[in-house]
Design a binder for this molecule. Sequence first.
Ligand code: 26Q
Length: 802
Amino acid sequence: MFSSVEEFEWSFKEKLESMHGKSTADSTTQEQFQTLGTMIREYISGNWLGTSEQYRLERKKQVYYLSIEFLLGKLLKSNLIHLGLRELCESGLKRLGISLSALEEFESDAGLGNGGLGRLASCFLDSLASQDLPGHGCGIRYKHGLFDQKIVDGYQVELPEQWLKYGNVWEVRRDDEAIEVLFGGEVESFNNKNRLEFRLHGAEAITAVPYDLPIIGYHTNTVNTLRLWSAEASTHSSNKSLMKYKREAEAVSEFLYPDDTHDEGKILRLKQQYFLVSASIQRIVDSYKEQYGNIRKLHEEIAIHVNDTHPVLAIPELMRILIDVEKLSWDEAWEITTQTISYTNHTTLSEALEKWRVDLFKPLLPRIYMIVEEINERYCKQLWNKYPGDWDRIEQMAIIAHGVVKMAHLAIVGSKSVNGVAEIHTEILKQREMKLFYEYEPFKFNNKTNGITHRRWLLQCNPELSSLINDSIGDGWIHEPTQLENLLEYQNDEAFLSQFMNVKKKRKEVLENYVHYTNGIALDTDSIFDIQVKRMHAYKRQLLNVLHIMYLYNRLKEDSHFKMHPRTFIFGAKASPGYYFAKKIIKLIHSVADIVNNDRYISQFIKVIFIENYRVSLGEIIFPAADVSEQISTASKEASGTGNMKFMMNGALTLGTLDGANIEILREVGEENIFTFGLTADEVLNYYQYGGYKSSDYYHHDLRIKKVLDQMLHGLFPLPREEFEPIFDSLMSYNDEYFLLRDFSSYVKAHECINHTYQNKRDWAIKSLNNVAKSGFFTSDRTIRQYASEIWNIHQRTLHHS
Ligand code: 26Q
């Protein structure tokens, strides 16, 4: 099919004809895309089957990565690159008058995630397969991924996302592996040969149907599996009308929930979580038993990882199966469970820690609730033995307290490993948020600094930079990204530096093109591209960025001698639909953009751009074009960040706080290659602990701040005062929870430093090169190797060359 251009051309025509009954000339892009996708799927089917057969025959320990989100993005291009077939397909299609990149663009993003957590899961799958590690994903096949964002009159409007409109060419539906998940009902206990046993009565079944996606390793035979579960009606067993039951069943996998910690207690979200967990765990245990028989050694052959607390019901679900189905004793079941499950925490924001009210939880999952109750009771008893009389501590550590189930506590207690996602984050967990748990079981806690797949985030999205790197240091970096350090030998090579700068220029032109087309605004590619793309959140402080832009505007207006290198400030961010404050910031960015971009004088120096509907595929054109990467969260709030790594790998200089992985970026590149500012995490946490911050002092004593905030209310925008009053109030009446005003002047200085540094293009290019060179540490291949050896204890498969 793919052994020569001629053969490809012939096969493609045949396939197109047999699938769609059309000749190339008459076919649509959609039909062409589907044809090529099908050919690839058929091409890899041998390796796909071969990989799982080998895991089985060689009795490889396997990890299952459970995640409520997988933010895969598009797959055609990366699949072709991984198979080493892209050039061949490109030439073959060209001879047929078809542009491969048009087909690649046609594909919808698989946007089954909100942001960092979901994208991390996808990078991990890529790194597992590319390093021949036996690891698979389990997730939900949402009918609609994260909403599409439209901007209307400066306001965000959400539209349902439609990635399955033309079907999904990569997936294989596996009806033979469908399984039922039970909700509601009542628990009946009975005595069986002197053993107290439990049965569910009158529960409602929903069928979970798996759709498997191949995860193709880079230049290897390994093809792992991502299994996404879809909810369907079972044979009708409920007392509801068939229509109502079917609608409710299908609703379980209909929508991905937006990351909205403000809207709590949505029962459907809990249903989704148990749906994912129960279907996955049942199938994992089934296939294990088929292969090994003896359930008591489950943890020797299987590892199960829970991505945040969202799938943490894996713990009681595994207990349920081991006790109720496999008839093990509590102690045996507990030993196996706690040796099998491991957990990653992604946040320290206490408002974001998952809690479920008992009155919602118990009726929906009565048997699971019983098990959680017993886990809690036994745990509290152990604590009592260790800390007799210390009621306060036990209450703080309990899994169930004050009518809620604390999912993070369940995760810690039921896992063999608890990890944070950057060094500072893990330290904060150990020293603060999870201090008591750390004191009790210190051996469980460990750090795994996040990473990104350099294949998508450099090789694929920045072919110009990749070629330049290959031409200088060779292509060994693709297999071992720390080899990027060899680029440092070219720091004084003028020819290289000029090519390096040309690459950046070229990538800025690509982004300019896109923005020009979508926003109708021309950009100056000689200006500094200063970019902040991430979810809209108060703690990420997009507002600080905006306040600084308003200040620059004032400065330029007031002082005709004030000059700055032209800057293009670019934003991309979705706000959760129910997050009022975040939506206000989006409106503010658009209001500032209107004023700035339409001012003859100002727009020579500043432009403000908001890129609508930021998502993985847009990231791929944004990261390579950046000069400055804005990573300005309030210190201690961003667990890690991964956008910071994508920018760095593409040569942007970080403007960042000492937060999350920024600290490790600083360590890798050294102080001269990054711009840091603001309070440290300790300072922030101590302010919270001991008070002492009064935001209004900064308003009254810093005229720059006063002017900007006053303008926000009236003077600058043709809008009623009420429009941005909530923003003003958050900073003043609510004492600026995220220390924007406290960090403002330090942020201004850092920007001045950037402006100054950029005057010398050559120096800037060297700093940029240093960032690329030191980015190897942040490959998710490194992260995954650490998980594999330190948590999961899984090993590479041995490849037999075919
Ligand atoms: C909660 C309740 C109801 C509905 C949805 C949610 C929800 C959904 C998604 C809560 C949180 C998330 C996602 C969190 C997330 O992406 N966290 C980020 O994880 C990254 C990977 O570790 C880190 O780099 C980021 O610092 C962290 O913010």
